[in-house]
Design a protein around this ligand. Structure first.
Ligand code: HEM
Length: 181
């Protein structure tokens, strides 16, 4: 994944636990990269190794690490660095989610070697919809959970999330039912 992802893990850890903890995590992850460069692609294994080391060094479960990272990605990285992309994506949660399937097309203009996730939307109701998540990568559903929770906070529309389908249970892809008031 692009370096911006690994850099975001680094800044989340430093903000939450301090520099010393980050150095311990980096050391125990075995990742041998001094500085991540945002627009350079790195092997996915680096991101997974960092997430595992964060879990081991903080005592948080891997699921909690990815959920926290998803929220941070939207509320800090996305909002502060790419606010205009969110504005273009929609002025409220429902519109943003309806536009989510094409969101990473714009991001590919910035990061051309992106391997983006795929999102599909179905079962749209007044205050809920199904968000389908399809990925070439494994193990990131908790990241998506955190991203969706972060979007609810960003748009000041708290969400209820239910995992309807799960690749771990043999389903083809994850489906989240997202509901709000
Ligand atoms: C401005 C905001 C965003 C930026 C700049 C961004 C950028 C990126 C980047 C650089 C990656 C790494 C992929 C790679 O390097 O191949 C990524 C992955 C991903 N993004 Fe985004 N993203 C943004 C917002 C979102 C939102 C709002 C969602 C969903 C609600 C989302 C869902 C994901 C997921 C699930 C992945 C993991 C890739 C996979 O599943 O294979 N992103 N994004």
């Amino acid at each position: 994944m692009y370096g911006i992802v690994n850099k975001a893990i680094e800044s989340l850890v430093i903000e939450s636990f301090g520099e010393t903890k980050w150095h311990a995590i980096k050391e125990s992850s075995g990742v041998d990269v001094d500085y991540f460069i945002s627009n350079e692609p790195y092997d996915d294994s680096i991101t997974y190794s960092l997430a595992i080391a964060v879990s081991e060094e903080t005592g948080l479960s891997i699921a909690d690490v990815f959920t926290a990272f998803g929220e941070y990605w939207v509320l800090k990285i996305g909002k502060e660095k790419y606010g205009s992309l969110f504005e273009a994506g929609g002025s409220n949660l429902k519109d943003f989610l309806l536009n989510l399937p094409s969101f990473h097309n714009r991001i590919m203009l910035i990061y051309p070697k992106l391997t983006p996730p795929e999102f599909r939307i179905s079962d749209v109701r007044h205050n809920s919809m199904y968000v389908h998540y399809l990925s070439k990568r494994a193990g990131l559903k908790d990241f998506v959970y955190g991203l969706l929770q972060g979007l609810g906070k960003l748009y000041k529309t708290p969400v209820k999330l239910e995992l309807i389908n799960d690749r771990e249970n043999g389903d083809h892809h994850e489906i989240f039912k997202v509901s709000w008031q």
